[in-house]
Design a protein around this ligand. Structure first.
Ligand SMILES: [Zn+2]
Length: 166
């Protein structure tokens, strides 16, 4: 095989072997998600695609975007929720209700210039900061009404009754 063919073959195998099915939750209801991996982290495929495009753009500006937490299983969310309830962890939604389980949410590194870059450019790639007080939590909302999302996420005092989705 020529070198070009070897590379093509590698790309093809990476593309097909990566997607895997997983059980996710959207607002308490079980759903099937397609998952892929980014640096060892499970990420829903549409979120992953958008993240890769965004990360490439950031990297051209010398910013290294990294995923700390991507897709979570019900069991993982249950564990985080328990820690939160004990006062040991970050705000966590009850299992079944986190957007980490729906595949939309990514916790990103926001050190250095990464946060400023995200604030300025993430929405171009469909990502929005949705949880007040969690600079690292970004959700891929794709082509949904971006103005409405902006309005919702810029509220300083979300209603106490609103269920957390983090
Ligand atoms: Zn999060």
């Amino acid at each position: 095989m020529t070198r070009a063919l070897v590379i093509l073959a590698l790309l093809a195998s990476a593309g097909t072997a990566a997607a895997d099915k997983g059980v996710g939750y959207v607002a308490g209801a079980k759903t099937t998600l397609r998952l892929t991996e980014i640096e060892g982290k499970d990420v829903e495929v549409r979120t992953a695609k958008a993240f890769r495009i965004m990360a490439r753009a950031a990297s051209r500006k010398g910013i290294d975007l990294r995923i700390r937490s991507g897709f979570r299983t019900f069991a993982k969310q249950a564990k985080l929720y328990k820690q939160y309830r004990r006062g040991e962890g970050n705000l966590a939604a009850p299992p079944g209700y986190s957007n980490h389980e729906s595949g939309r949410a990514l916790d990103l590194n926001v050190s250095g210039r990464a946060y400023d870059w995200l604030q300025e450019h993430a929405r171009t790639y469909g990502f929005h900061r949705t949880v007040p007080g969690e600079a690292w939590h970004w959700e891929y909302l794709g082509d949904e009404d971006k103005d409405a999302i902006e309005r919702a996420s810029s509220k300083k005092h979300p209603k106490k009754t609103k269920r957390p989705t983090t």
